[in-house]
Write a protein that binds this ligand. Structure first.
Ligand SMILES: [Zn+2]
Ligand SMILES: [Zn+2]
Length: 162
């Protein structure tokens, strides 16, 4: 994961440089397919993910419920595929010894689930802009879900983790 300064979008433009690898139109098309982008509610924080998105989990644990305001749906991506712009606006909260969660210090948008010892980082699906081209795969920590909603999508449910 690389973190950059103000989310001006200037750095984003630097991504469109695969011309040195594959010429012109084809290269740009490849870039569009591979790179997903997202942002917080106010736009102070933006990010890109330079890989396809794995099917996300829906986590109903108490920590995810409080962090997200309902329950969390996130996808895990390789750490080196993530770039964060406006990183100085991300506040990291250590919700446990092994995990820190990142949110925008301006608008409060919850975006990142970061276990520093791992080679991946979780990103909230709701923070992605545009098509994500993936779908929720399963529900975890259902034992801790709130009593005010039902899970009715027919996807596998686990009391904790599979
Ligand atoms: Zn924000
Ligand atoms: Zn959780």
């Amino acid at each position: 994961m690389r973190a950059f300064g103000p989310a001006t979008g200037r750095r984003l433009a630097c991504f469109v440089r695969p011309h040195s690898v594959v010429p012109g139109e084809i290269a740009l098309r490849i870039w569009r397919v591979a790179v997903k982008s997202g942002s917080c509610l106010c736009g102070a924080v933006k990010f890109t993910v330079s890989c396809e998105l794995k099917p996300p989990d829906a986590c109903h644990c108490v920590q995810c419920r409080k962090f997200s305001g309902h329950y969390s749906v996130g996808t895990d991506v390789p750490r080196n595929a993530v770039e964060i712009f406006g990183a100085e606006h991300v506040t990291w909260y250590h919700s446990s010894m092994k995990v820190r969660r990142g949110f925008c210090s301006v608008c409060g948008c919850s975006m990142f689930f970061d276990p520093p010892a791992k080679d991946w980082i979780g990103i909230s699906m709701g923070a992605f802009d545009g098509c994500t081209e993936t779908h929720v795969e399963l529900h975890i920590f259902v034992a801790e879900k709130g009593d005010y909603y039902q899970i009715c999508d027919g996807l596998p449910q686990y009391q904790r983790i599979p």
